[in-house]
Design a protein around this ligand. Structure first.
Ligand code: ADP
Length: 472
């Protein structure tokens, strides 16, 4: 079968092809059948294809000549074989390509070889127009992608906020827990973080509980320590006092013990050395020995008394005491010394003074101490007065003198053992600094206190109270 090239029909003026086919009988060609086939319909079919504004569709023959063009149907056999698609299709290829067309435009084209007719069908479209939809699609895709990204970011922010907010509260909770100001964190969700928050709250409460207990323990321990520290300070002060006392005691021993001992020794040696001695001198020496032995005995008795008082072991025998009686005894005890020093001593005690409840012997010791002090510290020519005054339940007893008095800053210390307001007086007048300690201990055992009022160089008043004796 032969198919001719396309030509314009001389009869219809329309494009046609002539198809011829031999007629055979017993393998012998008996004739040839020919037919003019209008390809107007094919052209109309191709013309109906819409491939956009810039689209072109055309047919080329195997020589690359344009045999049909949608818009230029009448121009046949125009040579356009400089076109890439045309070149490809006349080599009987099929395919698509992106190339410059015969008009010099960038196009996207598809070429198809039709072997039956030996034609090539080429469809081309301006590249921009061809990709326009793709571009729109691309833009839409980009917009959708951006929108999707925006949504994802928004979602991520929301989710991360939902995640980070509880974590942030946990963090703040942990910080406040460290500072000890924890408040339970509200649980807003039932997910793992919610569970974690609940566990955190529980743990924090338990920790706070433990912390409170520890703080209480530490507070108690601190108080205990403070107490112990105070005790230590007290003990230290006590030790310092004891140390001072030790020094005082040593100086007392060196003076109060040594002095009478060496006086006794001197007298004894003297008595021993002289074969014939003036009896008066001998008596004086013996008296000196006796006086110093008495002085030593007094000191030893004082030390013993004081240690008994301090240990709470001094025994008291409380009984009815007529104060006038022991007042007279005490005055008698010092009368000689008073006369010697030209000091007037007097008593001012009402006749009908109520009896008191006291330990007679101890009360005599107190009066002796106060009166001998009054004499010791009063200038020659001065006065000493022992008085008693009736009160509602008590008898007030006073020992007044017109002596040297006591400096204000020393008044509180004179009751301390071994203390002497003026240490030079020890050397001049003697004394151990124990009298007032013993006396105040005795009066305290009577339920009272020895008080002092004193003015330097004018005199002193020592007074205390004794309970009246009540019949049961
Ligand atoms: P002592 O008389 O042996 O020194 P005391 O304990 O009796 O010891 O007295 C302590 C000190 O108190 C005395 O050394 C003295 O300084 C002071 N004192 C006591 N009584 C008087 C007084 N009447 N006038 C002045 N000072 C006194």
């Amino acid at each position: 079968m032969f198919i001719s090239d396309v030509s314009l029909s001389s009869i219809t003026g329309l494009p046609e092809v002539i198809i011829t086919n031999p007629i055979k009988k017993n393998d012998t060609i008996t004739g040839i059948m020919g037919a003019r086939v209008s390809i107007e319909n094919l052209y109309m079919l191709i013309e109906g294809i819409d491939i956009g504004k810039s689209g072109e569709i055309f047919l080329v023959n195997n020589k690359g000549e344009l045999i049909f063009h949608k818009d230029r149907a009448k121009i046949l056999h125009e040579n356009i074989n400089n076109n890439f698609a045309v070149k490809e299709v006349i080599y009987e290829k099929r395919g698509v390509g992106d190339y410059i067309n015969y008009k010099g435009e960038h196009v996207l084209g598809s070429y198809y070889w039709l072997p039956l007719y030996r034609w090539g069908l080429i469809a081309e479209e301006n590249k921009d127009e061809a990709y326009a939809d793709v571009m729109i699609l691309g833009r839409q895709t980009a917009f959708i992608s951006l929108f999707a990204i925006f949504c994802v970011v928004l979602l991520a922010i929301v989710i991360s906020k939902r995640l980070t907010e509880p974590i942030e509260s946990l963090k703040n909770g942990a910080h406040s827990l460290v500072k000890g100001q924890f408040k339970p964190i509200s649980v807003s969700s039932k997910n793992e973080i919610g569970e974690l928050t609940e566990i955190f709250n529980q743990t924090a409460e338990e920790l706070l509980e433990i912390r409170k207990k520890l703080e209480t323990k530490i507070e108690l321990a601190n108080k205990d320590l403070e107490e112990k520290n105070k005790e230590l300070i007290r003990a230290n002060e006590e030790l310092k006092k004891l140390d001072n006392l030790k020094s005082d005691f040593l100086s007392l021993v060196s003076h109060e013990l040594k002095t009478p001992l060496s006086a006794i020794r001197t007298s004894a040696e003297f008595l021993d050395s002289e074969d014939t001695m003036d009896p008066d001198v001998e008596t004086e020496m013996l008296n000196n020995v006796i006086m110093n032995v008495d002085r030593l005995t007094r000191l030893i008795n004082d030390i013993l008394d004081l240690s008994k008082i301090e240990a709470g072991k001094m025994e008291f025998h409380f009984e009815l005491v007529i104060f006038q009686e022991i007042a007279k005894v005490s005055i008698e005890n010092i009368r000689y010394l008073a006369l010697k020093n030209n000091i007037a001593i007097s008593l001012d005690i009402p006749e009908k003074l109520s009896p008191v409840l006291a330990d007679r012997e101890k009360l005599i010791i107190v009066l002796n101490n106060l009166l001998s002090n009054a004499l010791k510290f009063t200038y020659n020519g001065g006065r000493v007065l022992l008085s008693a005054k009736e009160e509602k339940d008590n008898i007030e007893i006073k020992v007044e003198d017109t002596g040297i008095g006591i400096d204000k800053d020393k008044v509180a210390k004179i009751f301390d053992k071994f203390y002497q307001a003026d240490s030079t007086s020890r050397r001049k007048i003697g004394g151990s600094g124990l009298g007032l300690s013993i006396s105040s201990g005795i009066i305290r055992a009577h339920g009272s206190e020895i008080c002092v009022e004193s003015e330097p160089r004018k005199g002193s008043i020592f007074y205390f109270r004794l309970k009246k004796f009540e019949k049961k």
